[in-house]
Design a protein around this ligand. Structure first.
Ligand code: PLP
Length: 440
């Protein structure tokens, strides 16, 4: 199939609609993760049959420019030939052993060499971002002997019970404040604070610092839309955690290997005690990881008393995809070009929105960005929720009609890949100019 063909109308057409109807009979809501149902933007979701580079192809044979990037993992573009080759080779040697392998040692060494908080430390592989955050917080509790954890309003750290309090991402999209099925006692040790608010953290630490096991934060929030840290915020979190013996956990499931080779901690120069990874670390396969300071990691079984396990952890296919992805990042670092092209896209979107007379505010950190349909800056979840969601929904539909596939929620980031070249950015900006004019 030709990668340079002009995108066609990606709004769900006959085949996707049929499949969605069939899916809803056997899968709750027709999808295996809620935001995929397009509830907040309307219309049926396009069903995808193939992806390559910056493009998706739908079951209706529409070609779409993809800014979802499988929700972040596709940093190098979809189906990078060397990653696919590595996975095929691993598959030929057996799909899963549930035993130690040489490749997982190489993978762990490479992760530890790239992520500052793991330099000289350790990492444990799991199968998803949810597992990584859940396990890191159990570890922080086991290590400190304290129970309370702190999370920020609008942050999403996966769907573990204790973290489903004021969660962003799909939960924000659906307007679900928490979740049915989470007994109140599961979240009574979860303290909720506004994001990006230094004084709220200072006050909590003064009052309860000696009871806090961990503060978990998305160093660049991505699940209320992209929200950069205010200057000094991450630094102050670091100081407070050190002062009060609290484990600082950066959830870099989204930002890891995206906003810089060493993630947000490298970009902002703040090193947490533990880091959670997912998405890019698996190169498109179901891999998560958590790691950091050696003395904390040595509390994990079988060395220490904190239990965590997984039948498919360190699965050879996931390890092959992740290892190859990290090798490719080091062989040909994509970050300078990603920065330049993402800046072009963000600036172009802001200009076209202004030309159409629309209230619009763009946030961007590296190759992750969100255009909020509101006038003022967005520093936290309350700001993000002040966006015009109905207008975002119409913009989304207009972009899809022009072959541009954006995340179907105002509370998500757009991701660029190394395959999003200048011609693709130009086409996106042309589509955006028309879409802004159409919804004005
Ligand atoms: C910051 C963050 N943490 C954790 C998760 C959960 O990861 P997973 O969906 O792999 O369980 C996500 C998912 O989007 C995320 O963005």
């Amino acid at each position: 199939m030709n990668d340079t063909a002009t995108p066609r109308d990606g709004r769900a057409q006959a085949r996707s609609q049929e499949l969605f109807t069939a899916a809803k009979r056997v899968i709750p809501g027709g999808v295996n993760s809620p935001v995929r149902a397009f509830s907040s933007v309307g219309g049926a979701p396009p069903f995808i049959k193939r992806a390559q580079g910056a493009y998706l192809w739908t079951e209706d044979d529409a070609q779409l420019i993809d800014y979802v990037g499988t929700w972040g993992p596709a940093l190098l573009g979809h189906a990078h030939p060397e990653v696919v080759e590595a996975v095929c080779k691993a598959a030929a040697d057996g799909l899963s052993f549930g035993a130690a392998t040489k490749a997982e040692v190489e993978f762990a060494e490479r992760i530890c060499s790239m992520v500052p908080s793991m330099n000289g430390g350790m990492v444990r592989l799991v199968c998803s971002g949810t597992e990584a955050t859940m396990s890191a917080l159990r570890l922080a509790r086991g290590f400190t002997g304290r129970n309370k954890i702190v999370k920020m309003d609008g942050a999403y750290h996966g769907h573990a019970d204790m973290l489903l309090v004021a969660a962003g991402s799909g939960a924000a999209t659906l307007g679900i404040p928490g979740s049915a099925g989470v007994p109140p006692r599961m979240v009574e040790d979860t303290v909720l604070l506004p994001h990006n608010d230094v004084s709220a953290v200072e006050q909590l630490c003064t009052e309860q610092g000696d009871q806090l096991a961990a503060i978990i934060v998305e160093p660049v929030a991505g699940n209320m839309g992209c929200v950069p840290p205010r200057p000094g915020y991450l630094e102050r979190l670091r100081e407070l955690c050190t002062e009060h013996g609290i484990v600082l956990v950066f959830d870099e499931v989204m930002t890891g290997f995206r906003v810089a080779r060493g993630g947000a901690q490298e970009r902002f120069g703040v090193t947490p005690d533990l880091t959670c990874l997912g998405k890019i670390v698996g190169g498109g396969m179901p891999v998560g990881a958590y790691g950091g300071r050696r003395e904390i990691m040595e509390s994990i079984a079988p060395v220490g008393p904190v239990y965590q396990a997984g039948t498919l952890s360190g699965n050879p296919l996931g390890v092959a995809a992740g290892l190859k992805t990290l090798e490719l990042i080091d062989r040909d670092p994509p970050y300078a070009e990603l920065e330049r092209r993402s800046a072009r896209l963000a600036e172009g979107l802001a200009q076209h929105a202004a030309a159409a007379g629309l209230p619009f505010h763009g946030n961007r950190v590296g190759a992750m960005l969100t255009g909020f349909f509101r006038a003022g800056p967005v520093h936290d979840y309350a700001d993000a929720k002040g966006s015009d969601l109905e207008r975002f929904g119409r913009f989304h539909q207009q972009m899809l009609a022009r072959g541009i596939y954006l995340a179907p929620s105002q509370f998500e980031a757009a991701f660029l890949s190394a395959s999003h070249d200048d011609a693709i950015i130009d086409r996106t900006l042309e589509a955006a100019a028309e879409a802004f004019a159409a919804i004005g």
